[in-house]
Design a protein around this ligand. Structure first.
Ligand code: DLZ
Length: 158
């Protein structure tokens, strides 16, 4: 499970279906923008690398990670997406707030996956500090945005 044992940007290119006919929604949190912006860049570049057309990648922002569930839910209701990706970064602080946000988003996204027809891909970095987040948005452990894009294409094809 540990990302230190698995680079987030490493995958078998041949295992990824062609995405040229697919439409993707991405919901990205504005909190920790240097992290979420890098996640978004990684996700969009990887979707396009596998054939997705820029006009078929629709990006919406929400104020914080807690709002990712609402944003993704609205996109599932739209009915025109083959897969939806949520991107956020929650960094542990001094209060239990971190745990409540992480739990709420995890539960909310899992619930959407169980109840809606559109797969929702979980791109929430939950880290103890800023460095761990930087390591996972294009740093030494790769970019979780890349991983989410590959998962979105595979789940769209599922
Ligand atoms: C309030 C808050 C805090 C303390 N930390 C983060 C964070 O590290 N990452 C993040 O995406 N959002 C954070 N937020 C904002 C909440 O996600 C949410 O936007 C607010 O609680 C309002 O619902």
């Amino acid at each position: 499970m540990a990302t230190a044992l698995h680079n987030l940007s490493d995958y078998d290119l041949n295992s990824v279906p062609d995405a040229s006919n697919m439409c993707f929604g991405i919901v990205v949190s504005e909190w920790n923008p240097e992290i979420t912006g890098a996640l978004l860049d990684g996700a969009v570049k990887t979707l396009e690398k596998h054939g997705a057309i820029p006009e078929n990648i629709h990006v919406k922002t929400v104020p914080g990670s807690f709002e990712l569930v609402y944003g993704a839910h609205q996109m599932t209701l739209n009915g025109s997406y083959d897969a939806i990706i949520v991107l956020g970064s929650v960094i542990r602080g001094e209060t239990p707030h971190f745990d409540y946000i992480c739990e709420g988003v995890t539960y909310g996204i899992a619930r959407l996956n169980a109840l809606s027809e559109c797969p929702v891909i979980f791109g929430l970095l939950t880290t103890n500090d800023l460095q761990q987040a930087l390591d996972r948005c294009g740093g030494k452990h790769g970019n979780k945005g890349d991983e989410c894009a590959v998962v979105a294409i595979k789940m769209a094809k599922f």
